[in-house]
Design a protein around this ligand. Structure first.
Ligand SMILES: *[C@@H]1O[C@H](CO)[C@@H](O)[C@H](O)[C@H]1NC(C)=O
Ligand SMILES: *[C@@H]1O[C@H](CO)[C@@H](O)[C@H](O)[C@H]1NC(C)=O
Ligand SMILES: *[C@@H]1O[C@H](CO)[C@@H](O)[C@H](O)[C@H]1NC(C)=O
Ligand SMILES: *[C@@H]1O[C@H](CO)[C@@H](O)[C@H](O)[C@H]1NC(C)=O
Length: 627
């Protein structure tokens, strides 16, 4: 079926925020001032709007050019841990080569953990390598904040063993009888001096006598399910709209019953998690490999592995897009109704209108995307990316492809089933290697592992909502509460193999303001950088005019009596008479945006005409006959 699909050009999005500033050390500055990652300079693909990043490239293709222009470094030597450039620029921005973020520590089994998880008496790696070099603090009871253990004799010996010097507090040699040992709260005498203690909600600062507030909200998981505000000595939890606070930090979804959208035996349908009944909605011909929905507009979307993306409305389905090879995952911007998807064969993230009329590439640079989820209320896209050197990462970008960052390296985890708890602002996924469910906040903080989640074989699909995990293994659908140890509390929901599933609930698609509401462009992408809050994409052949609308490419030409415009739309050309005159048009210029023409008549008098009104105005020039 051909409904005149318009494919737009692959727009390249770049960071325009620092147009007027300096670029940082990892970046290269285009001649127009825009900063791009230094790796993109002279990589054979134009990234600057003015093409300057691929001009004057003195290094052979793929070689790295030192930031100070001092030389070229072959690809294999860049990021090898040793600086070849005199300014060291070949060793910057190298997270992808080391396989973990620079703020992470790499376990023996190659799992990445945040550096502050080292020596915290928790086996965060799974192979305990993060706790092995810390020594045992069991008897000694003195532990530096960096994890090192000390014996009593090393306390107050005049040599700082802990990196924060907490083994040499200002209370060394002091006694509690004397001005409370200097303690701000309680004081306990020790052989080495006065030990200050703090009430709950506070912790001792490194100086040894001041108690300072604990930021409970900075814990990697909890104490609040949704929103957390730290207060002196305590914290406050709040729930998102539509959820009821249970008083203990938990929030409970109100409204419609929780359902799981999935497919089974050639039927797309909903599983009510209370009644455990599968309610069929549609029959389908080929099994979906991806499935999503727009609850407000009552659309269901799915994709098969024959290049088709389908849409269903009121139990009727249609092919929305065909010829989309390798679709891997689908997601909806429920605020605008626009669809997003990833393609493993085209190695790009696409977006398309809900009516099937236009598609466009959002990101194709340095990406090989797998599963994708959207957070339109935050204007973010998240996806599992198969990157350079076979590194697998979870990436985040604004919905127009700008502000891209790597949130976490998950290569060794073998991740799948990426999903978003929209209310909790948390991503969750299955780690096949760790047999766990993993989570981070949408800002990249709060890395957390639900250990020993899977017994036997790991789940193949996952959804998270309202404090529950919904997941399916090869044979069954289960639900498990987040706050109780798994395995024991798995509740059986349905006997079926469900490789694709998602929670269907209005609170997973909360309504809110979209910057695209006021745009008139064919495809509108919310942006973090554009001053109007969105980027317009125009189908091929059309050009974005100002902010917010697309126009066909137009040219104007004149005969002695008439000015014409030629508008190129898809495969036809429309010729329009813009203006006629019997004064012998000598020269003219168009002001498309204002809709007027400036022209010269046969005796060299300059005139201007507004095209909408048949009115001519004479512009007085000093010397008629000069044009
Ligand atoms: C909070 O309270 C509810 C209802 O009393 C209970 O079901 C739930 O398990 C509690 N959550 C936590 C994290 O303790
Ligand atoms: C986007 O990136 C720019 C610089 O690259 C930064 O200044 C800006 O704060 C970022 N915006 C968001 C919302 O992260
Ligand atoms: C292009 O031309 C073909 C055949 O002439 C026609 O079927 C199709 O609808 C046209 N497309 C557009 C966008 O006008
Ligand atoms: C050009 O415009 C001037 C001023 O309106 C007019 O006097 C003159 O006759 C025009 N020339 C021609 C060739 O019509």
């Amino acid at each position: 079926m051909d409904r005149g699909l318009l494919i737009c050009c692959a727009a390249v999005f770049i960071l325009v925020s620092d147009v007027c500033g300096e670029c940082n050390r990892n970046q290269w500055q285009c001649y127009d001032g825009v900063c791009i990652p230094h790796r993109w300079h002279c990589d054979g693909v134009g990234d600057c709007q003015d093409g300057s990043d691929e001009m004057a490239c003195s290094c052979p293709p793929k070689a790295f050019e030192c930031a100070d222009g001092s030389g070229c470094v072959t690809e294999s030597l860049a990021c090898d841990g040793r600086a070849q450039c005199s300014d060291g620029s070949d060793e910057l921005d190298c997270d992808w080569r080391s396989g973990c973020l620079s703020s992470d520590w790499k376990c023996r089994n190659n799992i990445c953990i945040p550096q502050n998880f080292l020596c915290n008496e928790v086996n965060d790696c799974g192979d305990n390598s993060d706790e092995e070099t810390c020594g045992s603090c069991m008897k000694m009871k003195i532990r530096c904040s960096d994890g090192r253990c000390l014996n009593q004799r090393e306390m107050c010996d005049g040599v700082a063993q802990c990196t924060d010097r907490s083994d040499e507090p200002h209370t060394c040699g002091k006694s509690c009888r004397n001005a409370n040992g200097g303690c701000s709260h309680t004081c306990v005498d020790q052989t080495w001096g006065a030990l200050c203690n703090c009430p709950s909600g506070m912790t001792l600062s490194a100086n040894g006598f001041d108690c300072i507030d604990v930021d409970e909200c900075s814990q990697s998981f909890g104490p609040c399910m949704h929103l957390c505000t730290n207060t002196p000595g305590s914290f406050r939890c709040l729930c998102q709209n539509g959820f009821k606070s249970l008083g203990n930090g938990s929030c409970e979804a109100q409204g419609f019953p929780v359902k799981i959208l999935t497919f089974r035996r050639s039927l797309i349908g909903l599983v009510n998690v209370k009644t455990r009944v599968f309610e069929p909605l549609l029959s389908i011909e080929s099994d979906p490999i991806a499935l999503t929905y727009d609850i407000q507009r009552n659309f269901i979307y799915w994709a098969d592995n024959h290049g088709n993306i389908y849409k269903a409305y009121n139990h009727k389905s249609m092919v929305l897009y065909s010829g989309q090879p390798g679709v891997r995952s689908l997601a909806v911007d429920w605020l605008t109704g626009q669809l997003y998807w990833t393609s493993v064969t085209q190695k790009a993230i696409f977006t398309g209108t809900a009516d099937g009329s236009s598609t466009c590439v959002v990101i194709s640079k340095d990406t090989d995307p797998g599963e994708i989820v959207l957070s339109p209320v935050e204007s973010f896209i998240f996806w599992i990316n198969n990157g350079m050197s076979e590194e697998i990462t979870i990436e985040r970008t604004a919905m127009d492809g700008s502000n891209r960052t790597t949130l976490i390296f998950v290569t060794a985890q073998i991740p799948k089933g990426l999903t978003l708890d929209v209310a909790a602002r948390r991503l969750f996924w299955i780690s096949e290697f760790k047999m766990s469910i993993e989570s981070i906040r949408t800002d990249g903080s709060g890395s957390y592992t639900f250990w020993n989640f899977f017994q036997g074989s790991p789940g193949q699909s996952l959804a998270v909502f309202n404090g529950w995990f919904y997941w399916a293994d090869e044979k069954r659908l289960w639900q498990t509460p987040q706050n109780l140890p798994p395995a024991k509390y798995n509740e059986f929901l349905l006997k079926a193999s469900l490789p694709v599933l998602t929670v269907y609930h209005e609170l997973q698609q909360p309504q809110g303001f979209s910057p695209c509401k006021n745009s008139r462009c064919t495809l509108c992408l919310p942006s973090k950088e554009s001053p109007v809050g969105f980027t317009c994409l125009c189908p091929e052949g059309m050009l974005p005019v100002a902010y917010g609308s697309c126009e066909n490419f137009k040219v104007a030409y004149a005969t002695a009596m008439v000015i014409y415009s030629l508008e190129f739309t898809g495969n036809t050309t429309i010729k329009t008479e813009l203006f006629t005159s019997d004064e012998d048009i000598q020269a003219f210029d168009m002001h498309w945006k204002r809709g007027c023409v400036v022209w010269c008549n046969g005796t060299g008098h300059v005139k201007t005409n507004k095209l909408s009104q048949d009115m001519s105005e004479y512009i007085l020039t000093l010397k008629p006959g000069m044009c």
